[in-house]
Design a protein around this ligand. Structure first.
Ligand code: MTE
Ligand code: MO
Length: 265
């Protein structure tokens, strides 16, 4: 048995034993070993913790999301969320996003901003994934872009980083106080952040660009989570050791509206 597996087994036994002693005990144990999601307080939180801890322990960190053939691409791609209605975005869009930049900062060695051209010159990949919304619909589409891990390596992620947080132009991403941020922001843990299939996508279904409604000029695609993690119209990516001071501190705008932060599929 390799070390990793035996550690997993040990931790899992601990969670199960703590579970037998009461749900609160399981949550406490999960917290000690770093398996606690950000929306884990209150009664609902105990369940959220067990779901997250169970998935993270039982599913290998590098489990691949299913990939489809191009022939399976859906003829219709539903849309959830309107393009940003603000002057800043309109101005960027009017110039085909030539002046748009993605800023990547927080717990990194070199905070950097990237133009769309710079991102397009990085190693590109195409993936055909299913995107499923928490509302019950789904579609298959091809996404082209640069793997998030490539950009993370360029900026140099500091060891304290535990979350990658995504902000789009349809919210107040540059609020002076991060606690005031509201709307469709989201965050993932480092397992999803380093995952080989997590993509910063600037192209859809072979178009060479993203249709505005699907998140132009750049969105993230997190293929092992529901669609809400795949934040569109990206403005800013933040590496953080905690999400407690962002918005209401639950790790995503969705969690503030009663959805689970963890949206594994
Ligand atoms: N910035 C931003 N990102 C977003 C949303 C949004 O409204 N704004 N909607 C989310 C939800 S709930 C889903 S299901 C997917 C939908 O992506 P699509 O419109 O390309 O189908 O985008 C996600 N990313
Ligand atoms: Mo969604």
């Amino acid at each position: 048995m390799n070390e990793n597996i035996s550690r997993r087994r040990l931790i899992w036994t601990g969670v199960a034993a703590a579970g037998a002693a009461g749900l609160g005990g399981a949550a406490l144990f999960a917290k000690r070993v770093g398996l606690i999601p950000p929306d884990s307080h209150g009664l609902l939180g105990v369940g959220e913790t067990l779901t997250y801890a169970t998935q993270r322990l039982l599913v290998s960190e590098k489990t691949m999301a299913r990939e489809f053939n191009r022939s399976e691409i859906s003829s219709f791609a539903p849309i959830k969320g309107n393009p940003p209605e603000n002057e800043m975005y309109e101005r960027l869009r009017a110039k085909d996003f030539a002046d748009w930049r993605l800023s990547v900062g927080g717990l990194v060695s070199r905070a950097t901003s990237f133009s769309l051209d710079e991102l397009k010159r990085m190693p590109a990949e195409n993936h055909v994934f299913l995107q499923a919304c928490e509302e019950g619909w789904s579609f298959i589409a091809e996404w082209g872009g640069v793997p998030l891990h490539h950009v993370l390596n360029l900026v140099g992620v500091l060891p304290q980083a535990r979350y990658v947080v995504f902000f789009g132009y349809d919210i107040n991403y540059d609020a002076p106080n991060a606690r005031d941020i509201r709307g469709k922001w989201n965050s993932i843990d480092m397992s999803d952040a380093w995952h080989p299939q997590t993509l910063l996508a600037y192209s859809m279904n072979g178009l060479g660009e993203l249709p505005v409604e699907h998140g132009a000029p750049l969105r993230v695609r997190v293929p092992r989570q529901l669609g809400n993690k795949s934040v569109k119209y990206l403005a800013k990516i933040l590496l953080a050791d905690s999400v407690a001071n962002i918005g209401m501190g639950l790790g995503s705008g969705g969690a503030e509206r009663g959805y689970s932060w963890w949206s594994g599929i």
